[in-house]
Write a protein that binds this ligand. Sequence first.
Ligand code: ZN
Length: 454
Amino acid sequence: MAEAPQGVWIKDPMAILADNADAGLVVRDGRIVELVPAGKAPETPIASIFDASRHVVIPGLVNTHHHMFQTLTRAHPEAINKSLWPWIKALYPIWAKGMSPEAFRLASQLAMTELMMSGCTCASDHQYLFTAGLEGAMDIQAEEATRLGLRMTLTRGALDLMAGDGEQAVAPRSVIQRTDTILADCERILARYHDTSDGAMLQVALAPNALFDVSFELLTETARLSQQWNCGLHTHLVETAAEAAFVRAEHGCDAVDFLEKCGWLNERVWLAHAVHFDASEIARLGQHGVGICHCPTSNMVLASGTCPTHDLEAAGCKVGLGVDGSASNDNSNLMESLRHALMLGRLTYGAEAITHKDVLRWGTQGSAQCLGRHDIGTIAPGKQADLAMFTLDELRFSGASDPLAALVLCGAHRADRVMIKGRWTVEDGFPVGIDIEQLRHAHGAAAKSFLESM
Ligand code: ZN
């Protein structure tokens, strides 16, 4: 990636999601050091100027939920047009036969590149597939994120139960790991990659898959490790009404009470989906500052329901966004998820209740807070220089009056420029140092050979 010169003035943006920065901002040593009000020049010494007059500048987007390996099984004929349980039952036998480390690397590289091209500067991937040969999956993702210059929360997923019976028994044996094996790998990657310092490029979170396929021991032990290492905790929760009913039947309490029993009701936790909570659960989640990852595209594709974003945020929850895995989206475009969050939210709460500023906040600051980060997510002095910059040159934007609203309402989907820690990682719409045609070809070939090896 290209090294940005020190003291660069990103000058006179067409619009910017920050107060008192109409004349832009100054980046130095990977941080935002100054906002420049209208009609002013920077006080900081400047080495160079980037003319941003064609650009709408927002904080880099932050993705809080994905399953990157699923990019190899997009739009699979056996899984399309189904709700969650038939969908996952169709896909698990395919995923369970295992993929090579090379295929997993390409899947991760493709998803990270796609995310970055959509304006994402920090991503979490809920990686729970550890079939034979993929024991080093987290190391592969750390390498690929580092190579791309993408900030990442390595999110160590896990299943240690075959999971109940009947409706809930979905995961084949080859994706189940022993509890002690999982916990040992959690500690290994925490020691190797978890950086709690300001501006960290890699952090670690622990992520048992879902309440129906992990043990009580795994939940309580990951909670203990989270406290010990000051790292995030993540899981899928109440994506479907059936899952909420399962928790009540299995544990005799609601999902939030069960989280509390496991040591999971605190501000280090963020939950994917959170569709089927009742009012009492929402209030308790809010009281404890739990984070919520809303995955609007996936919720619509699988018709799982609608996350009560507005109520959760009003109760005190942090609300962020995620693209979710690429077999239920089926892409990794985070700007598109902002647009979907706006539309889906309006169906629930009305046209006045959810604005473009709400979804921009969820996709940046809210997501950053879910990941426990206070050094990214806003454009302000002292924050990391993570920026997404869009031009409004396509036909779809022509005639738009409010540039920030246009990003969401007209459907921005590809950033022209992305900066992470002060470095350009996307220039003129293309990722720096990545041949996307070659990547697409290699990934497509890997997907084909993975599916043909069934
Ligand atoms: Zn998921």
